[in-house]
Design a protein around this ligand. Structure first.
Ligand code: KG4
Ligand code: ZN
Length: 341
């Protein structure tokens, strides 16, 4: 089955062609980062309008790269939520219109299920069951995964998501959007141990997260240095290092707890923050101690992309799922409400 995947939940237009027999044939992405950067974050209306402009050229591009025709496509998968409603509606309308015109089925995919399954596109995919740490700009969740659609939420953030904490902290320190990669870059030059920030909610049992206080701690440190006349680049790097270490440690401690609690030894990390090298290293070290294994997607499939939507949609289509002609999206959509395959 040849599936066209469309992702438009936020500020990336992602398109891909996935073949159930041959794997991923082509994928293309247009990132709107430059468009939103001047505003310090995503402007929803600008995002929707830009998706409209990029979608059809990207579809033509993946078809040409894969050497396929529109008539070869058997089904269309699109992100139906969670995300920005206007942006989601562009992908959903486009998918439904093309599906109607081409006489093929369309399926709405849950964005976080897409992220969660992205490591399945790699050479050594994880086997069920596993614990998944979903860390994106909008979500920080620990999930027990027994199969596609068989999700048990173990814990999540009670305030900011991990990616959001990276973005907000970066903004406070005058770094451009998106802040995650910027902080990661500065942290590489930072001195470990100069700034020690809290590891929120690790001193009590449970798998909940809270990252909003950490952002304030980083801001206080930054302001104190500024007041003391220390505006050096090195200080910014040292704070970035301290902040990243606090996030990475906190995530590692909670992942270890989730693995103990479930008795599982495979961990999948997915979503934009799973591209973070320090996080990967820390989790790999922790899993080596437990004789377990950590799985993640190649960096470009950690952040938003069409390949993960094409893959997740393909699995659901193969199981017989698809939508009617209605164009329906959901800004909020709990992943554990999805039907199992
Ligand atoms: O999954 P994603 O592309 O979009 C959402 O579904 O939210 O995640 C984007 C988030 C942003 O907050 C971004 O700053 C963060 O992932 N991010 C990173 C890194 N790359 C992206 N955070 C830390 N380190 C990175 N290398
Ligand atoms: Zn995402």
């Amino acid at each position: 089955m040849l599936v066209l995947g469309l992702e438009t939940s936020c500020d990336e237009t992602g398109v891909a062609l996935y073949d159930s027999e041959r794997g991923l044939l082509a994928d293309a992405l247009f990132s709107q980062i430059d468009l939103h950067r001047v505003y310090g974050g995503v402007v929803p209306e600008l995002a929707s309008r830009d998706h409209v402009k990029r979608m059809l050229p990207l579809i033509r591009q993946v078809l040409s790269e894969a050497g396929r025709e529109a008539t070869d496509i058997d089904a269309i998968a699109y992100t139906a939520g969670p995300g920005l409603v206007g942006a989601l509606l562009v992908g959903a309308s486009c998918a439904q219109a093309l599906a109607f015109a081409w006489g093929v089925p369309a399926v709405g995919v849950h964005h976080m299920e897409g992220h969660l399954l992205a490591p399945m596109l790699e050479e050594q995919p994880p086997q069920f069951p596993f614990v998944a740490l979903l860390v994106s700009g909008g979500h920080t969740q620990l999930v027990r995964v027994d199969g596609i659609g068989r999700y048990e939420l173990l814990g999540e953030s009670i305030d900011d998501a991990a990616g959001e904490a990276f973005d907000k902290t970066a903004k406070l320190m005058g770094l451009p959007y998106p802040g995650g990669p910027e902080i990661a870059r500065l942290a590489e030059q930072g001195v470990a141990g100069r700034f020690k920030f809290p590891r929120p909610m690790t001193d009590r049992p449970g798998l909940e997260f809270s990252f909003s206080g950490l952002k304030t701690a980083a801001l206080n440190a930054w302001q104190q240095c500024q007041q003391a006349g220390d505006l050096s680049e090195q200080t910014r790097c040292d704070i970035a290092r301290g902040f990243q270490e606090a996030v990475v440690d906190t995530l590692t401690i909670k992942c270890q707890r989730a693995l103990r609690q479930t008795g599982l030894s495979s961990l999948v990390i997915a979503g934009g923050v799973s591209a973070n090298q320090a996080l990967r290293q820390s989790l790999e070290q922790m899993l080596a101690g437990l004789k377990g294994q950590v799985f993640y997607a190649r960096p470009r499939f950690c952040t938003d992309n069409g390949a993960m939507i094409a893959y997740a949609g393909c699995q659901r289509l193969l199981a017989g799922q698809h939508e009617g002609l209605a164009i329906s999206v959901q800004a909020r959509w709990p992943m554990d409400s999805l039907p199992p395959l």
